[in-house]
Design a protein around this ligand. Structure first.
Ligand code: 5GP
Length: 193
């Protein structure tokens, strides 16, 4: 998506360890006009799918997912990071390895908000190694819900997550795919049709 690629080129900062900082428009300050444009693009890409819920993960996916949910006219649920998993009957639970913080999180979703009746579009800001998405897919599976697709703002195509998800036959729509980036600010995008 050209507008997102242009913005990444203009305002993204490449940090050591293959981390792209997008704090000025996605991860700290949020450009909701840009989110709206992204939401419209996903609406087009997932047209015809019976999506009745948006699912994301705390915290950085929430802003984008909320705008997407409004565009689709459906509720948005975020998987919560929990300090420790209480083994109760009220929540679906899984563990996720964090790329940016290099630690393992317990995450939960209430059984009230994810059920077999749900047809879910998963939304997140970044796709790197795929750990966050694998965790979300596990929660959807535990709930007996259906994944209709995954929308990612920025996929780091040089990491394995995208390939892992596509291998599973899930429709994955990343609005910007980065094939290479370097700390001197060079960013190469994969050209998509
Ligand atoms: P994964 O689980 O696919 O390895 O990483 C995805 C999660 O890590 C995303 O939810 C995002 O919050 C974070 N993340 C991964 N790579 C980056 C990055 O380069 N920049 C930022 N800001 N977050 C990232």
């Amino acid at each position: 998506m050209k507008v997102l690629e242009d913005r990444i080129r203009k305002d993204g900062i490449v940090r050591e360890g293959n981390v792209l900082k997008v704090d000025s428009f996605i991860n700290h300050q949020m450009d909701t006009d840009l989110f709206e444009e992204m939401a419209l693009e996903w609406k087009r890409l997932f047209a015809g799918k019976p999506i009745n819920k948006i699912l994301t993960i705390e915290a950085s996916g929430i802003g984008i997912a909320a705008v997407v949910a409004r565009e689709f006219g459906v509720p948005v649920v975020f998987a919560k990071k929990a300090k420790s998993i209480n083994l109760d009957d009220n929540n679906f639970t899984t563990q996720i390895q964090s790329f940016t913080h290099n630690r393992v999180y317990d995450v939960i979703v209430s059984k009230k908000f994810l059920t077999p009746a749900d047809h879910v579009l998963i939304i997140d800001d970044f796709l790197a190694n795929g750990c966050a998405l694998m965790g979300l897919l596990e929660l959807v599976e535990e709930a007996g819900a259906t994944v209709e697709g995954i929308g990612i703002a920025i996929e780091k195509g040089f990491q394995q997550g995208g390939a892992l998800i596509r291998q599973r036959g899930i429709q994955l729509e990343s609005l910007a795919i980065i094939d290479a980036m370097s700390e001197d600010g060079q960013i190469t995008f994969r050209h998509q049709d």
